[in-house]
Design a protein around this ligand. Structure first.
Ligand code: IMP
Length: 427
């Protein structure tokens, strides 16, 4: 049996995972999204055409791939159908797409609650994408969620919507002073607009994945968001409501850990984060502005400006442990092409003590001062470089320093948004 591969983010998201998923997809038969929802935004540039995907796995752009939305994902059926429609209009065949019957649905009231919670939190808000992700996963945990398979049985769907809204309507009316949602009107809308077009996609994706593995096909498990947005291991509460780490790939797709032998951690050559939360290497100066400007660091989905910072190997070492990373893929190194100096955070100073480990107590992370290793920049345009031997010594030096401090080999380096703008480093 050919083992499966996981591709996941090692920082706070927006590492450019979509590009590597797309690159690896050439060798794959199936690409499975295992968590998150349309809070993700994958941008791919294929033959000069840009595709922005939120829910559909990026492997959809290959004819030979079965793109799968696994059980761990939360699915807004309206968003999914509009994405399918967009892809079809642009000539992409989506008929191979499969959606787990066990995935949970995001309903319009989840989005309403997400926005209301954020407003309610005021200054303490998390800065969510307001896509209803947290409330949908909360309903799942409270056993009030509605699964994709429920759509296939109208009676069950209506019954579950009624039960769920019995609770949610109390919250909407009594806590937030809003109008209640009419379960029957909502059921009518969802069933009328979504059931028929979604039906061909709904299946037992765990079985599908295992059939593929048993047939020696290559399966790629594609993470959304990233390690430090993980509900358990991230900078809680400034996290998403799912598990983007490697363990989440197992639960969110329904495969055991022994099926996986390769975990590719994608890391940007610097760090960004959107939304609130601690960020030790954050830059508030002109250097940060330059990173944001050159890297066009604005959310694909929400348009929000991302917070910039230097590469943090303390975080990456932790990410390596949490995910059993077998290799690193570094993205957007070209963004640093014009910098005189580049910096790597190799340790923190917390209360005058140097530490190379991520502090487990988050209050410490909030006042950790990064200790940097400074290196000369390469001052060379890397965007056309395709072979490691053509890299300027300073760029290679930077990559080797990352490898040394993280303790994980770098296999791929991306030098621009295009499909062919990358190079492979020898093992
Ligand atoms: P939620 O996932 O919408 O609940 O947002 C929770 C936190 O995760 C917020 O800080 C978001 O900015 C962040 N987040 C969610 N999805 C992404 C993503 O795809 N990239 C980067 N940050 C994300």
């Amino acid at each position: 049996m050919v083992p499966a591969t996981i591709v996941l983010g090692t920082q706070w998201g927006d590492e450019g995972k979509g590009k590597f998923t797309d690159l690896l997809a050439k060798e794959m038969s199936m690409v499975v999204r295992y968590q998150g929802g349309h809070n993700a935004g994958h941008t791919l540039v294929v033959d000069g055409e840009t595709f922005a995907l939120q829910l559909v796995p990026s492997g959809v752009l290959y004819d030979h791939i079965v793109p799968v939305i696994g059980n761990g994902v939360v699915v807004d059926p309206f968003v999914l159908l509009s994405e399918v429609d967009m892809l079809n209009r642009r000539g992409i065949d989506t008929s191979r797409l499969r959606v787990s019957g066990n995935a949970h649905l995001i309903m319009p009231y989840h989005q309403q609650l997400d926005a209301l919670h954020e407003r309610h939190l005021g200054k303490s808000k998390l800065g969510t994408t307001k896509r209803g992700i947290g409330p949908a996963y909360a309903d799942k945990a409270m056993r009030l969620g509605i699964r994709v398979q429920d759509l296939l049985d109208e009676g069950i769907f209506r019954e579950k919507l009624h039960a769920s809204l019995l609770h949610t309507n109390k919250v909407l009316t009594k806590v937030f002073n809003r109008l209640p949602v009419d379960p029957d009107a909502l059921a009518d809308k969802v069933l009328t607009e979504c059931l028929e077009p979604l039906k061909p996609f709904i299946t037992d994706t765990t079985d599908l994945i295992h059939e593929a593995l048993e047939a020696d096909q290559h399966v790629l498990l594609e993470g959304a968001q990233a390690t430090f947005l993980d509900l358990d291991h991230g900078t809680y509460p400034f996290v998403t409501s799912s598990n983007p780490t490697a363990g989440g790939a197992c639960t969110g797709a329904g495969v055991g850990p022994r099926h996986i032998d390769r975990v590719v951690g994608v890391a940007k050559a610097y760090v960004t984060r959107v939304g609130a939360g601690p960020f030790p290497t954050e830059l508030f100066d002109d250097v940060g502005t330059k990173i944001v400007d050159i890297g066009r660091e604005y959310g694909t989905n929400t348009g929000r400006r991302r917070r910039p910072g230097w590469f943090d190997t303390v975080m990456l070492r932790h990410a390596s442990r949490l995910n059993s990373l077998t290799e690193l893929a570094i993205t957007k190194i070209d963004v640093l092409d014009t910098f005189d100096v580049v910096k790597l955070c190799v340790a923190y100073e917390i209360d005058e003590v140097r530490t190379e480990k991520l502090p487990y107590h988050q209050s410490e992370l909030h006042h950790a001062t990064p200790i940097y290793e400074e290196m000369p920049g390469w001052k060379t345009d890397l965007s056309e470089i395709r072979r490691p031997e053509d890299l300027p010594a300073e760029a290679l030096n930077y990559l080797k320093a990352i490898e040394k401090h993280v303790g994980v080999p770098i296999s791929l380096v991306s030098t621009g948004p295009g499909r062919n703008q990358h190079l492979r480093l020898p093992a």
